[in-house]
Design a protein around this ligand. Structure first.
Ligand SMILES: [Zn+2]
Ligand SMILES: [Zn+2]
Length: 106
């Protein structure tokens, strides 16, 4: 996870999100989107995802239409997966946690 300097929280973890979720976080949750977690496992034996990002339902559906799942096992697929989701860059993890407390990572 990279770092971001948030105007409200200072130096925080950077969370990868699709453009729609990024917009939602910047608007403070006014649009009412619900984020879905997309995970990269880097092999079926991996118990825990190496990378993850949050996308909106529409972007999640696009990924599911191609891969049938949002649990991705292969880094090459992850690249196309990120291409499918409209790339919103990253948002401050604390801002995300305020807008979507139920998705907050420990
Ligand atoms: Zn989206
Ligand atoms: Zn913040």
């Amino acid at each position: 996870m990279g770092l971001i300097i948030c105007t409200r929280h200072g130096k925080r973890g950077l969370l990868s999100v699709c453009a729609h979720i990024a917009h939602e976080v910047r608007r403070g949750g006014q649009v009412g989107l619900c984020p879905e977690k997309v995970e990269l496992y880097w092999g079926v034996d991996n118990p825990k995802p190496e990378l993850y990002c949050y996308v909106c339902r529409a972007c999640g559906d696009k990924i599911r239409a191609v891969f049938g799942t949002t649990k991705i096992m292969n880094p090459d697929q992850w690249e196309s997966c990120i291409d499918l989701a409209a790339d919103g860059g990253g948002v401050c993890a604390s801002c995300f946690g305020e807008v979507f407390p139920e998705s907050k990572e420990a």
